[in-house]
Design a binder for this molecule. Structure first.
Ligand code: ADP
Ligand code: MG
Length: 331
């Protein structure tokens, strides 16, 4: 029997740019067409720069939820959108440093030296080799001991904040361009390292996995943020929630996404990050997905999320989100 359903038809030579019998209505063809459209909307676009340096801590008390992946890919996406970005790796595992191709074997100065030995960030910061305007303070395995060493150090929860403020001031004083975004990649536990990140930041970016149990532990995280706000850092707030590892084919992912959006309508970005093999492969090549496969669905999702973060910031700054930066701002 002849197939009369237009959804099942394949294109013939005359209408298909892909040649004979390429099915234009398959999920793959649709994804390719959507990606091409998203790429043309986003490529080369300059995102609006914030009025002040935005310091964001990427946190979630659960491990393996996409904190590091989000920190490095949002950082690379922001840099691609014309922002100057600093990533501070405060997780002893050093996964963010690896993904950004930053040397971080034992003995390389990094976050440990900043926290314990008062070493200025300017002396330990490294430039990411693959992405322009992206810098990283690396984490070495030495950082694993810092959690305990910090206990006896003066102003132990404000070490990073002091160092970061000094670095941003130093850049201004020495005529260097302003950093637009600082992203801090946290370990999963709420110890002194994470506390230092929370005290340094004004914003928290929470990646939430679109999976069962995703919301478990979230109220504890929010309670902790509340305590830090009350006692250590009144400016701290959850500005951004990013749904990640979103498997569009499952009902469960859609339900989790809906629940998060209902609870956090203001904070949750419209863009969510799909589960993608390219995203998970990139770090083993010392890359973010933004450079590993710039036209993949995952890279485009992170680029879109980065644009949203900038647009929301611009709106919050009371400026028009579509504002084109002046030559003054670009410098
Ligand atoms: P965390 O920093 O919270 O521990 P990671 O960012 O290291 O989490 O991610 C945990 C694992 O999940 C890693 O192997 C990473 O490559 C993978 N991963 C993260 N995001 C995605 C995604 N969108 N699609 C597929 N794999 C992902
Ligand atoms: Mg991590």
């Amino acid at each position: 029997m002849a197939d009369t359903d237009p959804a099942n038809r394949t294109a013939d030579d005359s209408s298909s740019p892909f040649g004979a019998s390429f099915d234009l209505d398959t999920p793959l063809a649709r994804e390719l067409a959507q990606n091409a459209d998203r790429r043309s909307r986003l490529k080369g676009r300059q995102f609006p720069r914030p009025a002040h340096t935005r310091v964001m801590t990427v946190a979630n008390q659960k491990g393996g939820v996409g904190k590091t992946t989000t920190a490095v890919n949002i950082a690379a996406a922001l840099a691609e959108g014309g922002q100057r970005v600093l990533v501070i790796d405060i997780d002893p595992q050093g996964n963010a440093s690896t993904a950004l191709s930053i040397e971080h074997h034992s003995g390389i100065p990094g976050t440990y030296d900043v926290l314990i030995d008062d070493r200025p960030i300017a002396e330990v910061v490294q430039r990411c080799p693959d992405v322009a305007d992206l810098w990283c303070v690396p984490a070495t395995i030495d950082l694993a001991g810092a959690e305990i060493e910090l206990v006896s150090v003066e102003a132990r929860e404000a070490r990073l904040q002091r160092a970061l403020t000094a670095y941003l001031d130093h850049r201004t004083a020495t005529g260097q361009a302003r950093i637009d975004y600082v992203l801090i990649d946290c370990p999963p536990s709420l110890g002194l390292l994470t506390l230092n990140a929370f005290v340094s930041a004004t914003e928290v970016l929470i990646p939430i996995q679109c999976e069962y149990y995703a919301l478990e532990g979230l109220s504890q995280l929010l309670n902790n943020i509340g305590l830090i706000q009350a006692h250590l850092n009144p400016a701290l707030h959850v500005s951004t929630i990013l749904l990640t590892m979103n498997d569009g084919r499952t009902k469960l992912a859609a339900q989790v996404a809906q629940e998060v959006r209902e609870h956090f309508p203001e904070q949750t970005l419209a863009t969510s990050i799909p589960r993608s093999v390219r995203i998970s492969e990139a770090p083993s090549h010392g890359q973010t997905v933004m450079t590993y496969d710039a036209s993949s669905t995952g890279a485009l999702a992170y680029l879109e999320a980065g644009r949203e973060i900038c647009d929301r910031g611009a709106a919050a700054d009371g400026r028009n989100a579509t504002h084109e930066p002046t030559s003054e701002e670009i410098r």
